[in-house]
Design a protein around this ligand. Structure first.
Ligand code: ATP
Ligand code: MG
Length: 715
């Protein structure tokens, strides 16, 4: 049995899997078996009796990865994986807080705010304090708060001299007070609270230290400071922290991730040096060569070599589409062709840099009748009707949940207008009570009658839900709230929304709570934590659509990377910052290394984005891949033989430059500006009188110029 487990591992993997019971860092490139090593190590620890299921805590990057790890473990050995602590940082912290809610001052039924809900909560706060959201944009306030929380800092510990930061600190404090009042926590709060729980409660911390002898972390390069501090707290002086990661795949610096945590781990735990894995088992040689050539352009890497025993395989297919519509059509045609050849849809993925790109793909996929699933973007649990239904469910267990109340107080419409809601908010503020309590105490008057009806409805839901099981409760709130009737009357997209609501009942029916008496709370928690994992077509063979960020750690037989255009990928926000550009390049490295056998890179010469036509040039990342690894496809000769050597002067590419002709200028053209000097047009958008050019000036960097004002300064 033991031998089976270790069979097939190479020497370095074997040494990592059977590492003694002390800390280690495995530093290795994509597809070298890091995740496999981590999973096998857990099985090995259990099998050799060094650990029991309760003494393991494993952190994965997504819920999907956690489930996969559990499935693999269950296949390797007879163990009840449900009792093991395997999950994301958020999931594990949630579990901890639920168990010790009293010690953290949270209600047992505390709810989790996703990023959108957090923003609405901040908007509401600004309004109640009469602070202009132009001066303090909610998004900025949100970033400030989350940034501080991720650094482990509370409002009370901050100070500032400038009035703006002072105000931000005040807002942070007021926001936390509001969340406490309402019994909700945001994502960053999950972590900070559970960190504080353990750091302030020595006995509890000792209890967990004595329990979790083995801490294992996947995708370690993307942990932030607080996450690392949390791990260190749990590890204490005696436990083993086993981390695997790849600095070349660090793609969350913008959210505070610190590659420096890798060096810190070596120093903090006296680890002699990282274990390195150099053989890639995932990708065909050509794909790996492309990834290696690309990432070599980044500076300051920790340095890794990857090789594969696999043959070179197919060339990387490059398609230069005339428009975003043609790009989508090409992808869907190829997907269909591969499916005809026997590839399964779920083993193919389309990756994109930004969520907005999925819409047109979805459109073509629907027309072609190809099943697909989206991770991220408009997920099942983010759909309007689902959020409405869940809000009623939340009210049924905790009517003081102001977010939930505001969401549905007038849905379906019941004559409670914005004015009445404002009055209610004022009353709740003045009396220092929740909106619900304010509504209960509202006096006479016409709207008060409507409010009273709403209060009655929520009371009724509360009482009638009490004896029911989860699925019955979900079904009840959908019917009694009037949501079902509302969507039945909606001729436009009511049908689809009703189907989603029914799917919600299905999800509730199949839901397996850890503690049956908390089924509803657990269900709502899962909805917040796992948005996206339960789509209507779960289980069906379907093409996978997702952002590159969401694809981390996954692999597919065929991968399409779309929208390879300057401004989109690399994203335009990164242009002025070499660090930003390197992060984009790592993102591209992640994208490429998801592919096993077949890789497609596509771009469009014109694209509608945010309601505007753009005429971008092809991404520099395509040019950073050696030409001999590529095979250029054109619209007319899609099925060109693999042998055709690619060349950048393909007709399609030449055409592209002509297409981007705007206001007399075209992309690629050199020019001179009276003030900024010599430059090259790299992008253009708009049409007619309203054209903007993006120009890379030799001495002044990249700028967007509006032709209405700049035309006479250009020659
Ligand atoms: P990433 O950096 O993308 O997360 P990774 O280093 O975690 O990649 P894995 O996902 O663990 O890599 O492994 C990549 C693929 O290689 C998987 O399909 C895995 O099953 C396979 N693999 C790993 N090690 C071996 C091995 N020794 N023999 C055969 N296949 C292997
Ligand atoms: Mg992995």
């Amino acid at each position: 049995m033991n031998n089976d487990l270790l069979a097939g591992l190479n020497a370095e993997q074997l040494s990592a899997v059977t590492w003694p019971a002390k800390s280690a860092l495995v530093l290795a490139g994509a597809g070298s078996g890091k995740t496999r090593v981590l999973t096998t190590r857990i099985a090995w620890l259990l099998q050799t009796g060094q650990a029991n299921p309760a003494s393991i805590l494993a952190v994965t990057f997504t819920n999907k990865a956690a489930r996969e790890m559990q499935t693999r473990l269950a296949a390797m050995m007879p163990v009840n994986v449900k009792t093991m602590w395997i999950g994301t940082f958020h999931g594990l912290c949630n579990r901890l807080l639920r168990m010790h809610y009293r010690d953290t001052g949270l209600p047992q039924t505390f709810q989790i705010l996703d990023s959108g809900e957090q923003q609405s909560a901040i908007k509401r706060l600004l309004k109640s304090l009469d602070i202009s959201d132009e001066k303090f944009p909610p998004k900025q306030v949100q970033q400030f708060i989350n940034g501080q929380k991720e650094a482990g800092v509370r409002a009370g510990e901050l100070s500032a001299h400038d009035p703006y930061t002072k105000k931000l600190i005040e807002l942070y404090a007021a926001y936390d007070a509001q969340c406490n009042r309402e019994g909700v926590v945001d994502f960053a709060e999950l972590l900070l609270r559970s960190y504080e729980l353990l750091s302030r409660n020595a006995a509890l911390c000792e209890h967990y230290r004595a329990r979790f002898r083995f801490l294992l972390v996947d995708e370690f390069q993307d942990t932030n400071r607080l996450q690392y501090a949390w791990l260190k707290l749990l590890a204490g002086p005696d436990n083993a922290l086993f981390a695997v990661g790849d600095d070349d795949q660090s793609i969350y610096a913008f959210r505070g991730a610190e590659v420096g945590n890798m060096r810190a781990l070596l120093a903090d735990y006296g680890v002699a040096g990282p274990v390195r894995l150099e053989q890639n088992y995932r990708s065909a040689g050509t794909i790996l060569d492309a990834a290696n050539a690309l990432i070599e352009r980044n500076d300051g890497r920790l340095g890794k070599q990857l090789w594969t025993a696999a043959g070179p395989g197919d060339k990387i297919r490059l398609f230069d589409a005339y428009s975003d519509g043609e790009e989508a059509q090409f992808i869907v045609d190829e997907v269909k062709a591969l499916k005809r050849d026997g590839w399964s849809l779920s083993d193919m993925a389309v990756l994109y840099r930004s969520n907005a790109q999925s819409r047109i793909l979805e459109h073509v996929l629907v027309q072609a009748g190809v099943a697909y699933r989206i991770y991220g973007g408009l997920r099942f649990f983010e759909r309007q009707e689902i959020k409405h239904a869940l809000a009623y469910l939340r009210l049924a267990i905790n009517p003081d949940d102001d977010n939930a109340l505001l969401r549905v107080i007038n849905v379906p419409a019941r004559g409670i207008g914005a004015r009445s809601v404002e009055n209610l908010q004022t009353a709740s503020r003045e009396q220092g009570v929740s909106l619900w309590q304010a509504a209960c105490g509202a006096g006479g008057g016409r709207t008060a009658g409507k409010l009273a009806e709403f209060v009655l409805l929520v009371e009724k839901l509360r009482q009638r839900c009490e004896p029911l099981n989860l699925a019955e409760q979900v079904s009840l709130v959908i019917d009694e709230s009037g949501l079902r009737a509302m969507y039945e009357a909606d001729k436009k997209d009511g049908e689809e929304r009703l189907a989603n609501l029914d799917e919600l009942i299905n999800a509730a029916t199949g839901f397996m709570p850890q503690e049956p008496q908390l089924a509803v709370v657990e269900f709502l928690t899962q909805a917040s934590l796992e948005a996206g994992d339960h789509q209507a077509d779960a289980g069906e063979d379907a093409l996978q659509l997702m952002t590159v960020h969401a694809a981390k750690g996954l692999e597919f037989n065929a991968v399409f990377v779309g929208g390879l255009e300057e401004g989109l990928f690399p994203h335009e926000n990164s242009f002025n910052d070499p660090k930003g550009l390197e992060e984009e390049r790592r993102l591209m490295y992640v994208a490429i290394t998801r592919a096993r056998q077949r890789l497609y890179l596509t771009n469009a010469q014109s694209r509608m984005l945010h309601g505007q036509s753009r005429y971008p040039i092809r991404s520099r990342f395509v040019d950073e891949i050696p030409a001999e690894l590529l095979q250029v496809l054109s619209a007319t000769v899609k099925a060109a033989p693999v042998t055709s050597r690619s060349s950048w002067a393909e007709p399609a590419f030449v055409q592209q430059k002509a297409v981007a002709r705007q206001g007399g200028w075209r992309v690629g053209q050199s020019l001179s500006h009276t003030k900024f000097g010599a430059g090259v047009v790299i992008n253009a958008e708009g049409a007619g009188d309203d054209v903007r050019l993006q120009i890379n000036f030799a001495e002044h960097g990249i700028k967007w110029l509006d032709l209405r004002y700049a035309a006479d300064k250009l020659t």
